[in-house]
Design a binder for this molecule. Structure first.
Ligand code: S3P
Length: 184
């Protein structure tokens, strides 16, 4: 059992292409909260885009920025926070996320995630000669981490952004109804 100190934040986790940023923006408007995206915070802090951070400092440098941005955000309340797909990799991040609020895992079928993720050129981890293999191995290595953190799970395979947002609102109401002070 673990007591949540702050329940006001809504945190979106999930793999690339799961719709965290698009859904998060809508959700923030509907819940009258601030929307923050960890990738955008990193880019604003560094003055470099995600691909440039990866190409200058490698993945480790990016992960360090990601952890420091999360740490800075961890004492804020009232946000909808969309996180980068790899934020769950570091244990220190997982500990912070657990303390920050309710965690929603946005997921979809692998084929759908892959198609959506490949639409953007801003995903350096998929800029590989064999993007599908890379994608599969990253997804396999992360699904248990998402599962281990999630309070709510939403499969967005057959849903548009608005429908996902409405599912989250419904899920939040149920979740709060079940237990408003102490969560697993
Ligand atoms: C990453 C996901 C990206 C971004 C970076 C690394 C990952 O964010 O943080 O390219 O490791 O899965 P999105 O999940 O928003 O695409």
């Amino acid at each position: 059992m673990q007591t949540r100190q702050v329940l006001e934040n809504i945190l979106l986790i999930g793999f690339m292409g799961s719709g965290k940023s698009s859904v998060g923006r809508r959700l923030a408007i509907s819940q009258r909260r601030r929307f923050i995206d960890t990738d955008e915070e990193i880019v604003d802090t560094c003055g470099l885009d995600v691909c440039a951070i990866f190409s200058h400092g490698g993945e480790e440098k990016f992960r360090s920025w990601e952890s420091s941005v999360l740490c800075r955000l961890s004492n804020q309340q009232g946000m909808v926070l969309s996180t980068g797909g790899g934020i769950v990799l570091r244990e220190e991040n997982r500990v912070l996320l657990r303390k920050m609020g309710i965690i929603i895992w946005l997921d979809a079928a692998a084929n759908i995630l892959f198609k959506r993720a490949m639409r953007s050129k801003e995903r350096p981890l998929l800029q590989s000669e064999r993007p599908r293999e890379r994608f599969n191995s990253l997804l396999d290595s992360r699904r248990d981490l998402y599962r281990g953190l999630a309070d709510l799970y939403i499969d967005s395979s057959c849903l548009n952004h608005k429908e996902v947002m409405l599912k989250i609102v419904e899920g939040l109401a149920d979740w709060r109804h079940k237990d408003s002070s102490v969560i697993h």
